[in-house]
Design a protein around this ligand. Structure first.
Ligand code: COD
Ligand code: ZN
Length: 364
């Protein structure tokens, strides 16, 4: 089958034929239907978020079940599913304490399936799996436990986005912190994930929702997903401007949704006394962010991380699906372009160029 393989950091993906072994016990063989073009894969391509190489990337997916391994009863051939990018084993301390997004067994087996082995290879060369999803390919093997079955009326590209950007973004504002009605919110970085933080803040009935982005197009786009104000850091100091918009106080919640030390520091500095800065983006592994420790204490600020929107996919994805179906979450307008797998490097060039909205690979 065809897959896009990353052999070396900083090099284009190679779209080529690779071999996929059959599913083992507890695994499912799927045909990928749609795969989102998320910045997290770009972080890996650049070597900013290292993974074992070579690897097939892609972690935002919807798929159709082709066949199942031994003992699998949760899905059957023909089921349409979302394949979450954190698979929960259901047995570790994180899973058992309601933090399926932090599953210990999943993180202990990065780049591989739960048993530590891979199903992908090219001849003798072993190829790793991104997040146990590997959707930049025609087919994939995924763990059975994490599959979320889709209702018939949810289109596959929209379903794929629920696999990452919608759940990560909405969940940051509804699960990781529960934004209070009427409160003030800033979102730094309004791309695929950031606009979903805006939507999450709107769902929570926040008051002022301030979009902060260096791309004017992204700011315009943000207004359609709940932003009430916009700030462009290339034109004005974002911390000062956010304070002006909030009567000199700063915001109750600032979300960092890009991934850099500077934007983490800005998020911390723009929250008011007693406020919370929520970091969603992963800064490059060697970058440390400065935090004013005096303000941390004297102003009782909170600095909090948010991974996968604090989601328990089995519970939270069905509820996001319902909010999509009832029109409370807009996914249709998020999808601005569709690509063939063959054109995946072009899709990532568009992301880097700042083309707004989400790209989705829909032809394999
Ligand atoms: N200030 C404000 N905005 C900025 C700045 C800046 N200095 N620099 C860039 N931006 C904007 C861009 O213009 C763009 O609009 C936006 O930030 C980023 O959007 P996208 O669409 O390129 O990126 P996303 O939304 O796909 O991904 C953002 C993440 C933060 C999720 C990603 O980069 C990341 O850090 N992922 C790692 C965390 C993780 O693993 N999450 C789970 C899987 S996504
Ligand atoms: Zn993602």
């Amino acid at each position: 089958m065809k897959a896009a393989v990353l052999y070396e950091y900083g090099q284009p993906l190679v779209v080529e034929e690779v071999e996929l072994d059959p599913p083992k016990a507890g695994e499912v063989h799927v045909r990928v239907a749609a795969a989102g073009v998320c910045r997290s894969d770009l972080h890996v391509m650049k070597g900013e978020a290292p993974q074992p190489l070579p690897i097939v990337l892609g972690h935002e997916a919807s798929a159709v079940v082709l066949d199942v391994g031994e003992g699998v009863t949760s899905v059957k051939p023909g089921d349409r599913i979302i394949t979450p990018f954190v698979s929960s084993c259901g047995r570790c301390t994180s899973c058992l304490t309601g933090h399926a997004n932090l599953c210990d067994a999943h993180s202990a087996t990065a780049g591989a399936m739960f048993d530590g082995t891979t199903r992908l290879h090219k001849g003798e060369q072993r190829i790793h799996h991104m997040s146990k999803v590997t959707c930049f390919a025609q087919e994939a093997i995924v763990p059975d436990k994490s599959c979320v079955i889709l209702p018939d009326d949810v289109p596959m590209p929209q379903a794929a986005l629920i696999g990452c950007c919608v759940t990560t973004g909405v969940g940051a504002a509804t699960e990781s912190v529960q934004v209070r009605p009427g409160s003030t919110v800033a979102v730094i970085g309004c791309g695929g994930v950031g606009v979903n933080v805006l939507q999450g803040a709107r769902l929570q009935n926040a008051g002022k929702i301030i979009a902060v982005d260096i791309n004017e197009g992204a700011l315009e786009f943000a207004m359609r997903f709940g932003a009430t104000h916009t700030v462009n850091p290339t034109q004005q100091d974002p911390v000062q401007r956010v304070k002006e918009i909030t009567n000199g106080l700063g915001v109750d919640y600032a979300f960092e949704v890009f991934g850099s030390a500077e934007t983490v520091t800005n998020a911390f500095n723009m929250v008011r006394k007693g406020g919370t800065a929520v970091v969603v983006g992963l800064a490059p592994a060697d970058e440390l962010a400065g935090v004013d420790t005096v303000a941390l204490v004297r102003q009782e600020k909170t600095l909090k991380g948010s991974y996968y929107g604090g989601a328990r996919p089995a519970v939270d994805m069905p509820s996001i699906i319902e909010m999509y179906r009832s029109g409370k979450i807009n996914i249709d307008d998020l999808i601005t372009r569709q690509y063939k797998l063959d054109d995946i490097n072009e899709a990532y060039a568009d992301l880097e160029r700042g083309v707004v909205g989400r790209g989705v690979i829909t032809e394999f």
